[in-house]
Design a protein. Structure first.
Length: 469
């Protein structure tokens, strides 16, 4: 058939040793492995208020998340011809929710995400993306991923009520187990069972383990909520109950709700630069690692280890960040879960078209996503935290000049509830130790510049007092 031959020739399906059936199967595998983002992204972005007390709608967040994933994954398939799916990035959405929103409006925060995406595109076009990448030592990149994993895990514990702040305590430990120093209540039990189920499925190598756990524990939570007497607000923002409808028209109310330069009026220039830098750094290196990792697993790297169509792939990824901010879904980025599709045989962008189509279908299934309580979804945060934590094995803990900055990066993020603080602590420790050991010339000028910005960031209060600002 001419049409089938045209598809095969365009995507180079036969040339790469694949088939349409394998590509379709791979597209489904990738979707089911990463579909948890339809629940987790609204959970993270919808669980906090911006500076003005505004909270985003869960239904609108589900729509925005599915829309960006559908459009940008399909774009990657058509333009990059890689079995690589994109959606709102975990870790990046935490920056938006817990770093940006408390300082400005949601529109302003999403505007910064758009600016970050534009910067990434410019870095790709000018060739500076690789230069900046080489400026950050690999162990620090790995430590940033580990720190974000710890931070996401802590968020999961808090959202589920597994850990809570001790009311009124100022001189004691700041958090405790459960609400009273011990675990109590059906919702927390749902979370604990969810964690055990998730890790059991992951250990057995079950594809879609995170999604299976979310669905299973949501059903359990609905049944418990129907049968047990549970105090009001015990579940948090979302009370699990049988939805009146399974399908509904998508709500695009958040699409286009961003202010490109509104943040400039809300925060100082130094803070603004560092916030954009944090977004840029997280998106930047996650993408490079994901693209190389997935391409390598698919056997698509050339003899020099280069990714096919890398320029277009990175440009589409940058465009996903812009699209994510413009739709209020947080920055879109490439997903390492795409490896699940590769494991099922996917080798081309046709698999991405399949994954994108499934996310498009999910636009009409919002009611199903909005019945998932935090206690059923939060185990996924713990699981993703574990996956990110695995990077710690690549860090040389015998070398103080590497190990100490890595440790500070990892520890400061969850302990100060700030990704920016962790990155800053790691950079400052790294350049300080290099200088103390007489190895200042080994530090890239771009890293010195970043460390200087962080030094101003941490000392902003005394600097303002000194200048009378």
């Amino acid at each position: 058939m001419p049409a089938a031959q045209a598809v095969d020739r365009y995507f180079r399906i036969s040339e790469r040793g694949s088939s349409v059936a394998r590509e379709i199967r791979g597209g489904f595998a990738t979707f089911f492995t990463m579909a948890y983002i339809l629940v987790l992204n609204p959970l993270i972005l919808g669980s906090t208020e911006d500076k003005f007390g505004t909270q985003l709608s869960t239904a609108q967040l589900v729509t925005a998340t599915a829309l960006v994933a559908a459009v940008m994954t399909a774009a990657m398939g058509l333009g990059g011809n890689l079995p690589l799916a994109l959606a709102a990035g975990l870790g990046l959405n935490a920056v938006v929710a817990y770093q940006l929103a408390p300082l400005m409006s949601w529109d302003d925060a999403m505007g910064l995400v758009v600016l970050e995406g534009i910067l990434i595109c410019l870095l790709v076009v000018t060739g500076l993306r690789e230069a900046v990448m080489h400026a950050i030592p690999q162990p620090l990149k790995q430590a940033i991923s580990v720190g974000i994993g710890m931070f996401i895990t802590f968020i999961g514990f808090i959202d589920a009520g597994f850990a809570t702040r001790i009311p009124g305590e100022t001189g004691s430990v700041p958090v405790q187990l459960g609400a009273t120093g011990q675990l109590s209540g059906w919702p927390v039990l749902v979370f604990c069972l969810g964690v055990l189920l998730t890790i059991a499925l992951m250990a057995r190598g079950v594809r879609g383990a995170i999604l299976i756990s979310i669905v299973t524990m949501t059903v359990v939570a609905i049944v418990i909520n129907e049968l047990a007497e549970i105090r009001p607000l015990a579940w948090g923002l979302t009370v699990p109950s049988f939805p009146d409808d399974i399908a509904a028209l998508p709500d695009f109310g958040l699409v286009g709700s961003f202010s490109l330069f509104g943040a400039f009026e809300q925060v100082g220039a130094v803070t603004l630069v560092l916030l954009v830098f944090t977004l840029l750094l997280s998106d930047f290196f996650d993408t490079m690692g994901t693209v190389v990792g997935v391409s390598s697993e698919a056997g698509l790297l050339d003899e020099r280890g280069r990714v096919p169509n890398l320029g277009r792939v990175l440009l589409i990824d940058g465009a996903a960040a812009v699209a994510g901010g413009a739709a209020s879904a947080s920055s879109g980025t490439s997903y390492i879960e795409s490896a699940a599709g590769v494991g099922e045989g996917a080798r081309t962008g046709f698999a991405s078209l399949v994954t994108g189509a499934l996310f498009g279908l999910a636009l009409f299934l919002t009611p199903l996503a909005t019945v998932v309580p935090a206690q059923a979804a939060a185990p996924a945060l713990v699981a993703v935290g574990f996956l990110l934590m695995a990077q710690v094995r690549h860090i040389d803990w015998q070398s103080y000049e590497i190990a100490i900055p890595a440790f500070l990066t990892i520890a400061v993020m969850p302990f100060t509830y700030s990704i920016t603080n962790g990155i800053g602590a790691g950079f400052l420790a790294y350049v300080t130790l290099k200088a103390a050991l007489g190895k200042a010339r080994e530090v890239h000028p771009l890293l010195w510049g970043a460390a200087a910005l962080f030094a101003v960031y941490f000392a902003i209060d005394p600097i303002e007092q000194l200048l009378g600002a």
